[in-house]
Design a binder for this molecule. Structure first.
Ligand code: PGA
Length: 256
């Protein structure tokens, strides 16, 4: 009932040429990607060309960030209108690097999510606790307040267009993955909060896990009842590795 969504977050990697070569290499590896949704989020400079290359393929285009106004004097920013113009189906908002390095608040993330929906772009809203917060047993409190603020501008009736990405900050780019059980525990909590806010629609909202996902651990993560996909950084930079994540590779199950 929830179509798994596997998304590549390239962060500040990939030139236009590299992005196009990736798209060409990925296509035969994933075929028609039946039963799953594959998404690639390149840096803004590659959005237009990659969007053209992906047209007619099953792979959807995503942005890594957005501003919440349509246009204006916001030097360096890119609007949802512009993302729609280059064919973005999704945009990541509130990634922990945006929150921690660039000071984004839940309020800003909420405005971005609302602005994207107004342009029919689906937000991938990221939440996640730091190591200190986890050790202080504040994980659920942190996730709860991030969700409340970041989803404040999502109108009732649009909830199922939102994707949540639970990414424990201590697992991002560190090689430390949350165990499937740890991730499931938080995913179940996220769904409970979503149910309080959106009622039955919450059962149709997809919740991705992110943080050192790779071919060797994707299968057991995806086997958890509330894990509906993955948001992948490092292991998404090679087409071969990302294709195995899209297809939930089983072959390395024991090596994770
Ligand atoms: P990672 O990054 O897979 O390299 O840990 C995930 C993310 O930041 O979205």
């Amino acid at each position: 009932m929830r179509t798994p969504i596997l998304a590549a977050n390239w962060k500040m990697h990939m030139t236009v040429g590299e992005a196009l070569a990736f798209a060409e290499a990925l296509a035969p590896l994933i075929g028609d990607a039946e039963g799953v949704e594959a998404v690639v989020a390149p840096p803004a400079t590659a959005l237009h060309s990659l969007g053209e290359a992906l047209a007619g393929t099953p792979v959807k285009l995503a942005a890594q960030n957005v501003h919440f106004e349509d246009k204006g004097a916001f030097t360096g920013e890119i609007s949802p209108l512009m993302l729609a113009d280059v064919g973005c189906a999704y945009a990541i908002v509130g990634h922990s690097e945006r929150r921690h390095i660039f000071g984004e608040t839940d309020e800003m993330v909420g405005k971005k999510a609302g602005a994207l929906l107004a342009h029919d772009i689906r937000p991938i809203v990221c939440v996640g606790e730091t190591l200190d917060e986890r050790e202080a047993e504040r994980t659920f409190a942190v996730i709860e307040s991030q969700l409340d603020g970041s989803l404040a501008d999502v109108p009732a009736g649009r909830a199922t267009d939102v994707v949540i990405a639970y990414e424990p900050v201590w697992a991002i780019g560190t090689g430390k993955t949350a165990t499937p059980e740890m991730a499931q525990e938080v995913h179940a909590f996220v769904r409970e909060r979503l149910t309080k806010r959106f009622g039955d629609d919450a059962s149709r909202i997809r919740i991705q896990y992110g943080g050192s996902v790779k071919p060797g651990n994707v299968f057991e993560l995806m086997a958890q009842p509330d894990i509906d996909g993955a948001l992948v950084g490092g292991a998404s930079l090679e087409a071969e590795s990302f294709s195995r994540i899209v297809l939930f590779d089983r072959t390395e199950e024991s090596s994770s």
